[in-house]
Design a protein around this ligand. Structure first.
Ligand code: MRU
Length: 353
């Protein structure tokens, strides 16, 4: 069966020397794959959210850096490394919040730094292998997150999710939606409520699309309906993804997530954050240290509307992410297990090599 889940979110086309992505700005109306060949195109695709979601942008950037390395024409190691570093910084400047981007790029650069006795073609080959490993490890991590997440819910449960932390945000399965997809493989049924996720509608356009493709009972709600849905008793658990988790468990995710956590607390519904260990940033003590991306005003005033819906000149505040305080989080579900409060202790244990 050919549906959105049969497409790769992000992959390397080795014969064509290109990065292959699904253009997520066109979903769900058109399924279009793009071949991106140079660093400019790849940075732009990340910035414009043609490829998006923390793990997926890390993978895209890793493939992008490998392709950049392949195009560096020199036999001189220092010159090679200087040019590689420049390409890395350029890709890293595409979006500031998700740590997976710098995590994947640093991992790639470190591979090139570890052995300067190798020839340039040998280093390029190491970079190729590393970029492929980053993607395949992501699939494995997402599957494990799915396994751990499944231990928290039962067949028939109602789950509320915000934004898209599904297959379209990762290499496969997703993070917040991995337990749902895995449950489907095992014949389980869940009722999933997707917040539309203003202003870019990742919930309405992407989460509903991939869940319906998997045969999940899916209901789309506007962001301001979550309280009513919870009050109705339809939600057994909230599952959301994350872009960066601090050492104390504060979790940064798509704007609006912290409001959902506050509602869940009020209604006594467990609120879980699901993410790979590559999204946990032990170098920052709390969510206060996370840089929040600010995006263009037009995403709020006119995008998706057939005509502008706000007066010209109105001031717009458009942060792309917010931080949910750790006190509101019942558990952080990772590929290495479920961290529970106090997170300063449990995350330290999970992040041990
Ligand atoms: O701006 P986006 O669409 O990249 O934001 C995505 C999210 O906030 C996701 O929830 C997060 O990256 C986790 S994806 C597994």
């Amino acid at each position: 069966m050919n549906n959105i889940l049969t497409y790769e979110t992000v992959s390397l086309d080795e014969k064509d020397n290109s990065l292959l992505i699904l253009d997520q700005t066109r979903l769900p109306n058109e399924i279009i794959t793009l071949h991106l060949r140079d660093t400019d195109e790849i940075r732009q695709a990340i910035y414009t959210l043609q490829v998006r979601g923390a793990p997926a942008i890390g993978i895209a950037a890793a493939f992008g850096l490998y392709l950049a390395a392949k195009n560096i024409r020199t036999d001189d190691y220092s010159e090679f490394m200087a040019r590689l570093h420049k390409a890395k910084e350029y890709l890293n400047s595409s979006r500031p919040t998700a740590v997976n981007l710098s995590w994947a790029l640093n991992r790639m650069e470190n591979i090139a730094l570890t052995d300067n006795s190798k020839s340039i073609p040998e280093i390029v080959e190491l970079l190729r292998r590393e970029s492929i490993a980053i993607k395949s490890e992501d699939t494995q991590m997402c599957r494990k997150i799915g396994e751990w997440g499944l231990t928290l819910i039962h067949d028939g449960d109602g789950i509320l999710t915000h934004c898209n932390a599904g297959q379209l945000a990762t290499s496969k399965y997703g993070t917040a939606l991995a337990p749902i997809h895995l449950g489907r493989e095992r014949g389980m049924n869940f009722r999933v409520f997707c917040d539309e996720t203003r202003p870019l509608l990742q919930g309405a356009r992407l989460s509903t699309f991939e869940l319906m493709a998997d045969g999940v009972d899916t209901t789309l709600i506007c962001d301001n309906m979550a309280s009513q849905v919870m009050k109705n008793g339809w939600v057994n658990a909230v599952f959301v993804g994350c872009d960066r988790v601090a050492a104390n468990g504060d979790a940064c995710n798509k704007i609006g997530t912290s409001g959902v956590a506050i509602l869940a607390k009020y209604y006594g519904i467990p609120f879980y954050v699901l993410g790979p260990t590559s999204t946990i940033d032990m170098s920052i003590a709390s969510g206060n240290d996370i840089v929040i991306e600010q995006r263009e005003e037009k995403e709020v005033t006119e995008m998706w509307y057939s005509r502008r819906m706000a007066p010209e000149g109105v001031k717009v505040y458009n942060p792309a992410f917010d931080v949910t305080p750790h006190e509101l989080i019942a558990g952080i579900v990772t590929d290495k297990g479920i961290a529970r409060p106090p997170y300063t202790e449990s995350l330290k244990r999970i992040m041990l090599p």
